[in-house]
Design a protein around this ligand. Sequence first.
Ligand SMILES: [Zn+2]
Length: 439
Amino acid sequence: MTDTADIPLTVALEDLRIDGLRLIERLENLARLGGIDLQGRPVPDGVVPAGSSRLAATQADGRGRDLVVGWMRDLGLQIRIDEVGNVTGTRPAADGSTDHPVMTGSHIDTVATGGKYDGNLGVLSALEVIATLDEHRIATRRPITVGFFTNEEGARFQPDMMGSLVYAGGLPPSVARAAKDLAGMALGDELTAIGYLGEAPAPGPAPHAFVELHIEQGPVLERDGAVVGAVTGVQGISWTEVRIAGQGNHAGTTPMGSRRDAGLAAARLAVFLDDLARRSPSNQVATVGQVELFPNLVNVIPGRARLTVDLRNIDNAALIAAEQAFRAYVEELAQTYGLEIALANLVRFDPVDFDARVIGLVERTATRLGHPVTRIASGAGHDAQMLARVAPTAMIFTTSHGGISHDPAEWTKPEDLVAAADTLLHVVLELSEGDHLAV
Ligand SMILES: [Zn+2]
């Protein structure tokens, strides 16, 4: 029996809410590490940044990690750092167990010109879940783990979603550590330099379930008047590098019919892929994001070109069809213009369907909390798609104003950030079977 004077005023479980001001303050504090202005230039310490630049395993990433791990320690979480730098912090279950936790989290690395929210929102909202349960003395039948994964963005080391892929057993840790950036630096050495090459083995323990909160990074929720997205799955991704070899030659003396113009083929390929995606009855998207011409001079026919192709679709059969059409057109270009064209696969992930039960839970929870919710497929890749290999998984999206992301102009209304974090709180509470401590 208890002395009633020791019991704080008890909030009914359904009325629990995260501390929105603390969430936003943490987002702002994390954004200062590697802070940049709207043009992507570093800002001095003390100046409020527009966004952040924390490429994976850089000094800035190390500072960001230190801040978040400090918060995890403040919350009493049991920290685990694995051999590719994935960090988890676990709040034990009521019986003290740390096995088969409900896991939530995301990533805190950014692209070179990143915003404040991206993966940070999912990690810091997860900390809010823990803090809220602690403050209201809620115990859970299952442990809860907060995690952030190494090199989600793939902006410095490839493939992207590397840490979660290793965690889920899809890539050997040694291969991930050997990945090199453009300067020839290996991920493993760079993690050592910032103090985050841990000793816990990867792949990591499979959780009971995984839920990731993330901004949509697209315009759909805002356009449709929804605040929360119950994410049904993630598009398949196909990245290919195209190298075209023709013949560099004089721009004035070479007749049009005698040219082997690698630049023209690159341009035609970009137009072909745009048409292909626009004409597709599925939601195919296609992007040529990098183009380099050699020698890249005004009066020389390009002898060589290098470009990248990014194809995505939620429907794998449609994605495969797009890849086949792309390759057939490359062969046609090679024959028409007398070129040699080499294709190298950079990344290929199949589309992922999330777990129907967890999707339904997200949808019901948002509705119960009064937040307009809609089902949505993710256009971007996320750590959750890797965890979906080993545990029932879904994601919670919230709005991205104007659909802008991977840019310092990335912005989400504070009330939407809080609504999504509250949804996460109640989804985790239900999955972990939480209740007030019976002291
Ligand atoms: Zn992200």
